[in-house]
Write a protein that binds this ligand. Structure first.
Ligand SMILES: [Zn+2]
Length: 111
C-alpha cells in the first residue's frame, strides 16, 4: 500500500471514530453541539493513537488491533462507545463505508 492510501485510511478511521464518539455522547450524555469532557478526552486519545499508528499501511482497521493499542481504561471506554454507536452509525451515516471495520470489530470484541 502506498502512503497516499495510508493517509486516506488514517483520515477515514479518524472520521469513523469521531462520528461514533459524537453519537455516543449525544445519546448517553445529552451533548449535542460539543463533546462532554470525558468524551473529548477519549476523542483526543483515539486521535493520537490513529495519528501515531505505525501499522496504518499494513493493517486493515484500528478496530482489528485496538486491543493491543489502547491502554486498559481507554479500551473499556472505546468498547462502550463502539457497542453503542456501531449499530447506530449505519442509520446516521449510511454512506460511511465502515462496514468492514464493524464486521471485524464485532468478531474481535464479541459484542
Ligand atoms: Zn459524553
Amino acid at each position: 500500500m502506498n502512503s497516499e492510501k495510508a493517509e486516506k485510511k488514517r483520515h477515514d478511521e479518524l472520521q469513523a471514530v469521531t462520528r461514533m464518539i459524537e453519537i455516543y455522547c449525544r445519546g448517553k450524555h445529552g451533548h449535542n453541539i460539543s463533546l462532554c469532557k470525558d468524551c473529548q478526552n477519549l476523542m483526543d486519545y483515539a486521535r493520537s493513537r490513529i495519528e501515531h499508528c505505525p501499522f496504518m499501511e499494513s493493517k486493515s482497521f484500528c478496530s482489528n488491533c485496538i486491543v493491543h493499542c489502547y491502554s486498559p481504561d481507554m479500551r473499556v471506554k472505546i468498547k462502550k462507545v463502539m457497542r453503542y454507536s456501531g449499530p447506530r452509525i449505519m442509520f446516521y451515516h449510511p454512506v460511511m463505508c465502515i462496514n468492514h471495520a464493524l464486521t471485524s470489530l464485532t468478531a474481535k470484541l464479541k459484542i
